[in-house]
Design a protein around this ligand. Structure first.
Ligand code: ZN
Length: 493
């Protein structure tokens, strides 16, 4: 069945932006990645393909219109990019709708890059980590959420939906609550009760789709259908899920920051040889690649890094797609075949499908990078190596990667072509604060490291405080289209 595309009131995204603030002359256009047509659908759909997956994957892309003014403004904002700026990543002018940056927001991004001196000699490469655990919610997702939020504000909306059971939902819930936006998070029935509570405690209403046998993908397919049939957009809810094309523009800023941090002289920019990104949906990786490409287009950098995707063995669709050079349609993984230990340790990064994995696979292939897989033993060894070798840094700066993030360091040993003189940046996607028990378990038999971790967590807990938040409501609903729509209608304000 052909679903009508919901049109924006204005013809182009930039129209409203430039009308409201005449001094902004930067415009962006939204196109379908598959048919190439200009697309202004507000629920991020296109009519050009009819396979079911097309309702679920990110299919739109937003590109800046590169004019001399754009060039000048973006290069200037790159040169002036400050790691103490009050607006965080929003100071970068290559972002859509940054004029809608809200007041009194804790700045996002500007995360530290650390050189791991001791681990570098052990692993045979010049290793740096980009510590995204330093974002306000302790995770890189804040960069993505902010970009979704800017577009919601630009459209004058006060409501949003998201499908996620992890860090994306927590990040979205925190930002939405602060901006007085009603967020409804959809999760699958098999989500751990603690996670559901965690999302509610951050202020989001939660709709639990199906029973304990309903998995992530089943729930997401229903959510995607509700979106495609305009149920959310008709109720003036924005869709903040991975399908939202603004999110990856937040990840672009990670590339910009790495280049800034690598370059002593802003006029002679340096780029690392490899960027290693933990991959589930693939949006972080696709966004970082977008960022590097845009910097190259502007002649800010003269070469591109090789992009490495790393995931848990058997649970990474990007790995499968890269191996098969399949970039035209999704690859899926069968999670029932996973080793139990691998499944537990990597639970936050396992993917049967990756809803931005097609673009992520293209990024890995076109950067001449590679995709690798690691298992629970690799993660456990890396955790010990990291804490033993970099004890001082970890303790002083409260650096503790969540277990799923350690895969970007574990991957280094798997990449045979890396030489000792090569520079490698491993993206640490989130802080280990939320995985205290698992980390403790992984370090059993190493009491000194367990103490170190306990100290780091104590220090970090001081930094993250939720303040006063009204707990969100919870509704359980059958995995059925009409039932899901009814409960959404009941919860919407
Ligand atoms: Zn299309």
């Amino acid at each position: 069945m052909r679903h009508p595309i919901h049109k924006e009131d204005s013809e182009t995204d930039s129209a409203k932006a430039t009308t409201a603030l005449p001094h902004t002359s930067i415009a962006f256009e939204k196109r379908c990645l598959y048919c190439g047509e200009l697309n202004n659908s507000i629920n991020y759909t296109c009519n050009c393909k009819f396979e079911d997956w097309f309702k679920e994957y990110r299919i739109l892309d937003i590109q800046p219109l590169v004019t001399p003014i754009y060039r000048r403004e973006v290069i200037k904002s790159f040169r002036n990019y400050s790691f103490t700026h009050q607006q965080g990543i929003a100071q970068y002018k290559a972002l859509p709708f940054r004029e809608w940056y809200p007041e009194h927001l804790e700045p996002i991004g500007m995360t530290p890059l650390h050189y791991l001196k001791n681990l570098s000699s052990l692993y045979g490469a010049r290793i740096y980590i980009k510590n995204e655990g330093n974002n306000p919610s302790g995770c890189f997702k804040d960069r993505e959420t902010l970009l979704a939020l800017l577009n919601t504000r630009r459209r004058g909306l006060r409501h949003a939906v998201i499908y996620s059971s992890g860090n994306a939902a927590a990040s979205a819930a925190i930002l939405a609550q602060k901006q007085d936006i009603q967020l409804i998070t959809f999760v699958a029935g098999d989500t751990y009760p603690e996670k559901i509570e965690f999302i509610r405690e951050h202020g989001s209403d939660v709709i639990v789709v199906g029973d304990e046998n309903t998995n992530f993908e089943t729930g997401f397919r229903l959510f995607a259908r509700v979106n495609a049939e305009n149920i959310f957009s008709r109720s003036k809810f924005d869709n903040w899920s991975v399908r939202n094309p603004y999110r990856v523009h937040g990840d672009k800023t990670t590339a910009l920051e790495i280049v800034k941090q690598f370059s002593d002289n802003p006029l002679v920019c340096q780029v690392p040889d490899y960027i290693i990104v933990p991959t589930a949906n693939g949006s972080c990786l696709a966004g970082i690649w977008k960022g590097f490409r845009e910097l190259k287009q502007l002649n800010i950098i003269s070469k591109l890094p090789k992009i490495v995707s790393v995931g848990i063995k058997g649970a990474n669709p990007v790995f499968k797609a890269v191996r098969r050079k399949q970039t035209g349609r999704p690859e899926r993984c069968d999670l029932s075949l996973l080793n139990t230990e691998d499944a537990n340790i990597g639970s936050t990064i396992l993917a049967e499908e990756g809803y931005d994995s097609i673009e992520a696979a293209k990024a890995v292939i076109s950067s001449d990078g590679i995709a690798v897989e690691v298992n629970s033993e690799d993660i456990q060894n890396t955790l010990r190596d990291f804490l033993q070798q970099e004890r001082q840094l970890a303790g002083e700066q409260a650096v503790l990667p969540e277990p799923a993030s350690l895969i970007s360091i574990a991957a280094i040993k798997k990449i045979k072509c890396i030489q000792p003189e090569n520079t490698v940046v491993s993206i640490i996607t989130g802080h280990g604060l939320k995985a205290k028990e698992m980390i403790d378990q992984l370090l059993s038999g190493y009491p000194d490291l367990q103490h170190l971790v306990a100290d780091i967590i104590k220090k970090k807990q001081h930094d993250i405080s939720l303040g006063s938040i009204t707990k969100g409501r919870r509704r359980d609903v059958a995995a059925d289209f009409d039932a899901v729509v009814n409960v959404f209608n009941e919860l919407k304000r």
